[in-house]
Design a protein around this ligand. Structure first.
Ligand code: SF4
Length: 194
């Protein structure tokens, strides 16, 4: 349905409800992790290795995070941004409010179906290459709310996840370990992947 200027709030609610229903019915299985799509031959392309190294060094040293913080795990991320843990070491201190400026989503919190279409839209608006870290039990499986009618049982129902960080909430040290894993993954990315 098209939202027109004379649409009533009931029309807009119905439109939003239809979007959520559509996303929910098409999100029954985890999304495949992106590096699995490429053949081993392409991943090992020797000619492009030097270009890969330079690009990946730049990418892993300036991971900019989209602010998509939906619940209590957020506070551990805030702690990670403090001087004690100092994520500026990894060029990550810049949080972006625009998906077009970000290449990483850290899913800090419970996701409801009501918010799911917006989070998916934010991910789709990010330029390639882009990565997602699922932080905390809620981000991975829906956590203690997994059986609720309103909660998405894991961000991997709607986004491809690169790194999972368990915990409720995970401590900043665990988050740092997850970021290090992601940096290693970024290092291995091939230019042919975008
Ligand atoms: S995993 Fe725990 S701390 Fe994190 S959002 Fe869920 S309930 Fe909150």
């Amino acid at each position: 349905m098209e939202i027109r200027t004379d649409s009533t709030s009931l029309d807009i609610d119905r439109h939003e409800g239809n979007l959520i229903k559509e996303l929910r019915s098409s999100s029954t299985k985890p999304v495949t992790e992106p590096s699995g799509w490429l053949s081993e031959d392409l991943k090992r392309n020797i000619f492009l290795t030097t270009v890969d190294n330079v690009l990946n060094w730049g990418r892993k040293s300036s991971l900019w995070t989209e602010t998509a913080f939906t619940a209590c795990c957020t506070f551990e991320f805030i702690s990670l941004s403090s001087s004690r843990f100092d994520i500026a070491r990894f060029g990550m201190e810049v949080l972006r409010s625009s998906p077009r400026h970000a290449d990483l989503i850290i899913t800090a919190g419970t996701l409801t179906w009501k918010m799911a279409p917006q989070i998916k839209r934010v991910y789709e608006q990010m330029a390639e290459p882009k990565w997602v870290i699922a932080m905390g039990a809620c981000g991975i499986t829906g956590g203690i709310f997994a059986d609720s009618y309103s909660v998405v049982p894991g961000y991997n129902r709607i986004l491809p996840i690169d790194v999972y960080i368990p915990g409720c909430p995970p401590r900043p040290e665990a988050l740092l370990a997850g970021i290090e894993l992601l940096r290693k993954k970024v290092e291995k990315r091939s230019f042919l992947q975008g």
